[in-house]
Write a protein that binds this ligand. Structure first.
Ligand code: GMT
Length: 376
């Protein structure tokens, strides 16, 4: 199939999933065209059947806001015509499903049918899309997609709760390529650069937005380090970073907390981590937790949204109510203070991650594409 994928090109989970999906589909012989405003961060191989088309939005002083949706839908029309694209898969409803729908309508005027699959990722439903500013447009774009998927059962339920949806929503979980994480990768660790042998390494990765409850990450670590030798790796950039730096200083643990910024070496960091913290307010899936788990890292998370579908309580880690810092710290210590228990959780995390192996999930998308192509 010739498929156009629209996604955010940034470090966010939706863009990562879209990119990994495109690359996996290309490996299975499909022709993939990524259409977005800059080169997707995880797109490191452009081959004959993987192409990238940049959406330019020229600055014009009259416009207070530059019209990205317009540029994206026009670009889609051109790419579809030039490369005989058969199907469009948009990741994140805002504004991609809306722009995709416009492209579909423009192409229909010329007698071209372009089925559109929309994948909902989380904040497009639970935070941003739900706002009255966007709600009518998001509802419309979902109802006018040919097939709609969500990355967890919980997100499907939220979508049906918050929006008037007439469409069936199919749950297709996010995935990970387990074959990349063989034993060889683990020997590449540079643990000693981060911590002493006796120190446990705890990691958090996110875009440091409010919804991630970054202050809880620091507070949970504060409790942990009172009892055991440990370091905290904070990976990512975002609006809450400064607050987190200040809080670490206030608690006099700044020498134990390392802010590593945005990193292209997530797996290197994770492969020497012992524990991953994800105390989010909302999380439709928690791709970063899955990335930790496939690296054999136990996860302490909240039980919000789709997290219970990913992190298995008592097997890959533990789940707690949002804000329950005390319980999350005590569960972390339960895992970290005993080497045998730690090993059991590391293995549990890796085993659970295998259920989300890419080889089980990509065929589900292929079936969905076949179904979408049958919609006229
Ligand atoms: O978590 C973020 O802030 C980024 C956001 C995104 O759109 O990239 O992540 C959402 O989609 C990911 C991929 O499907 C999910 O793993 C995240 O749980 C989801 N984030 C939220 O629901 C807050």
């Amino acid at each position: 199939m010739k498929i156009a994928i629209v996604c955010y090109p940034t470090f966010g989970g939706s863009g990562v999933v879209a990119t990994e999906l495109g690359l996996a589909l290309a490996k299975r012989g499909h022709e993939i065209h990524f259409v977005t405003y800059s080169h997707p961060v995880r797109l490191d191989q452009l081959t004959g059947n993987v192409r990238f088309h940049e959406v330019h939005v020229p600055e014009y002083p009259l416009f207070h806001y530059q019209p990205y949706e317009l540029a994206l839908s026009s670009k889609l029309v051109n790419v579809v015509k030039q490369f005989n694209i058969e199907l469009l898969h948009v990741h994140y409803a805002i504004p991609h499903a809306y722009a995709g729908y416009m492209a579909k309508k423009m192409l229909a005027e010329e007698g071209i049918n372009l089925p559109m699959v929309t994948t909902l990722h989380g904040t497009d439903i639970t935070l941003v899309g739900n706002h009255p500013f966007y709600k009518p447009a998001v509802t419309f774009s979902i109802n006018n997609s040919d097939v709609v998927t969500s990355v967890s059962q919980s997100l499907k339920e939220d979508t049906l709760k918050f929006f008037q949806i007439r469409k069936e929503i199919e749950v297709v979980p996010n995935f990970i390529d387990c074959s990349k994480y063989d034993k060889k990768e683990f020997t590449d660790c540079q643990r000693e650069m981060m911590a002493d042998k006796k120190e446990k390494i705890i990691t958090h990765i996110s875009n440091f937005r409010k919804v991630k409850r970054i202050d809880d990450v620091i507070k949970i670590f504060y409790e942990i380090q009172k009892k055991i030798d440990a370091k905290l790796m904070m990976v990512g950039e975002g609006p809450e970073k400064e607050m987190a730096e200040d809080l670490a200083e206030e608690l006099h643990i700044e020498d134990k907390v390392m802010f590593l910024g945005q990193s292209h070496e997530i797996d290197k960091i994770l492969c020497f981590s012992d524990l991953f913290l994800l105390p989010s307010e909302k999380e439709s899936f928690g791709l970063s937790a899955l990335e930790a788990m496939v690296n054999g890292v136990a996860v302490i998370s909240t039980n919000t949204g789709g997290l219970p579908e990913v992190n298995q309580h008592g097997i890959s880690g533990y789940l707690s109510n949002v804000g329950d810092i005390e319980e999350m710290a005590s569960n972390a210590l339960k895992i970290l203070q005993n080497e045998k228990i730690l090993e059991k959780f590391k293995q549990g995390a890796r085993d659970v991650a295998e259920k989300f192996d890419i080889k089980n999930v990509v065929p589900l998308y292929e079936d969905i594409y076949t179904k979408a192509l049958q919609v006229k």
